[in-house]
Design a binder for this molecule. Structure first.
Ligand SMILES: [Zn+2]
Length: 359
């Protein structure tokens, strides 16, 4: 059993192709080392693309398994000296954390590993979320709750990619988000416990405490909505209610630091709701929007982007397309409105062209 897990972990170590564009390691005031832009960077640009040194399965049951320390020690012995040094050079932010005393390798792993999964419907597929890996360049990037870059694992290429979510000016620090924005009712506690970040210095954490609390409350509400929307039966049975809820989650993300990642997820949910009801016009509208966010955060070659493009060619290929018909005969019938009317009708916002810049 142990041997099997060990072999599975090692197999992931073998994509050594590496690409580092326009970024470099630098000392960051108050944060130790970090990654900064060497040049002006445009949104969507690929900054880092690399395979992991190694990866571990991260189920809850194995999380505190004492064997983890010795597993990593074994893996390190099998790595090249160069790669081993890469690992040793990483910072262990959990050195003094009581859960990691006498587990310096595991502490270093937990401080620096990145989750190797990405799905548009994460809430439905938690079993995908169980590998974490050490990617030596991406691991150097510091956290921000409102990051300017995003890390994504590409399972087909077995590489992790970091992409700019916004334009980044020369000399500016590149940041990614270590936790899910909506992950905890208390962001600062989670950052402290999980990464020993005593005080996050991002714009969302440098406001009065009651504002932070309010933001966290809203984000947690968005998380609860996303949990509900992960249930296909709920989408089938109550399309209008779930569409409204998805809009609420979208608004919460838009006002509380959510970027292309969260928006792609929520808008894809809107697509699913409409596709299930056989509403081609609105399904297409939301799909195009989801694809735009997805391309920004994940790039053209990502599995999610490929999947969305296939659906774009023919939305009826969606697995549950037309499965329910709650909207049959209503004003949502496809013949009764045109694509350009959708934003005005549903989002009560300016027409597509203006509105699409914001969403
Ligand atoms: Zn923060």
């Amino acid at each position: 059993m142990y041997q099997q897990a060990f072999e599975a972990e090692l197999k992931l170590a073998f994509n050594s192709a590496k690409e580092v564009n326009d970024v470099q390691l630098a000392a960051i005031e108050g944060k130790g080392m970090g990654v900064v832009a060497k040049d002006n960077i445009i949104s969507g640009q690929l900054l880092i693309s690399e395979g992991p040194l190694f990866a571990l399965k991260m189920s809850y049951s194995s999380m505190w398994d004492d064997a983890r320390e010795s597993t990593i020690s074994e893996i390190l012995r099998l790595l090249s000296e160069n790669n081993r040094n890469h690992f040793h050079q990483l910072h262990n932010s959990l050195e003094t954390h009581e859960d990691y005393l006498n587990k310096s390798y595991f502490g270093k792993f937990m401080s620096n590993s990145l989750k190797m999964f990405e799905a548009l419907d994460e809430y439905k597929t938690p079993e995908r979320c169980n590998m974490s890996g050490i990617l030596v360049h991406a691991a150097r990037i510091n956290h921000s709750c409102v990051p300017n870059a995003h890390f994504l694992w590409d399972p087909a290429a077995r590489k992790g990619n970091v992409r700019a979510l916004t334009a980044i000016t020369k000399g500016e620090e590149v940041t990614i988000r270590y936790i899910r924005l909506e992950a905890s009712p208390n962001r600062s506690v989670l950052l402290l416990n999980r990464y020993n970040i005593v005080r996050c210095t991002c714009p969302m954490c440098t406001v009065p405490a009651d504002e932070i609390e309010e933001t966290d409350r809203f984000l947690h509400h968005a998380r609860e909505i996303e949990y509900r929307l992960a249930d296909q039966e709920v989408l089938e049975a109550t399309p209008q209610k779930t569409l409204n809820e998805a809009k609420m989650a979208r608004d919460i993300f838009a006002r509380n630091g959510g970027g292309a990642v969260e928006r792609a997820r929520v808008v894809f949910k809107c697509f699913e709701i409409c596709a299930i009801q056989g509403d081609i016009t609105r399904a297409k509208y939301f799909l195009e929007m989801a694809l735009r966010h997805c391309l920004l955060a994940q790039g053209d070659a990502s599995p999610n982007a490929r999947c969305l493009r296939l659906l774009q060619a023919d939305v009826t290929q969606y697995e549950g397309f037309g499965k329910a018909n709650k909207w049959a005969g209503s004003m949502f019938n496809n013949m009764n409105y045109e694509q350009k009317d959708i934003p005005t009708w549903y989002w009560r916002m300016p027409p597509f062209e203006d509105f699409s810049r914001d969403f």
